[in-house]
Design a protein around this ligand. Structure first.
Ligand code: ZN
Length: 130
């Protein structure tokens, strides 16, 4: 994993517990000495919902589950589901390589991006922003 600050190669630096109880790999950059974890700089960094939950929800969406159905299954509001999708779609290139291995994520960033784009054409997305 490369340092998100200076893009140099970083070394593993133990693991941290996240608030949701999952373990996360942390790294330290040899060049600038900054510490970060595998979610740093990704759409998941400041997410309150466990990454695994978001990933499963988005996987459901790529498998054809509707927004409202997804929201019901994961006990969140449908606007939350839409927000997750927009987050991931806007940073799809950063999502894929940063997916933690401990969580059983099977969604490929590119595939999800394509599907989200198809499901949510720009006109609809911009309307949601207003
Ligand atoms: Zn660095």
């Amino acid at each position: 994993m490369n340092c998100p600050y200076c893009q140099q190669k970083a070394v593993k630096n133990g693991k941290d517990h996240r608030q949701d109880g999952t373990l996360i790999q942390t790294y330290r950059c040899k060049a600038c000495s900054k510490r970060f974890n595998e979610l740093s700089g990704t759409p998941m960094q400041r997410l309150r919902t466990p990454v695994a939950t978001v990933s499963k929800a988005l996987k459901g969406r790529t498998e054809g589950l509707g927004v409202r159905a997804t929201a019901r299954v994961f006990d969140v509001s449908h606007s939350t589901v839409l927000r997750w999708e927009q987050r991931v779609a806007s940073k799809a290139s950063e999502w894929s390589p940063s997916v933690p291995k401990e969580t059983d994520i099977t969604v490929e960033g590119d595939e999800l991006y394509t599907r989200v784009k198809r499901n949510f054409p720009p006109s609809r997305l911009s309307r949601l922003d207003n």
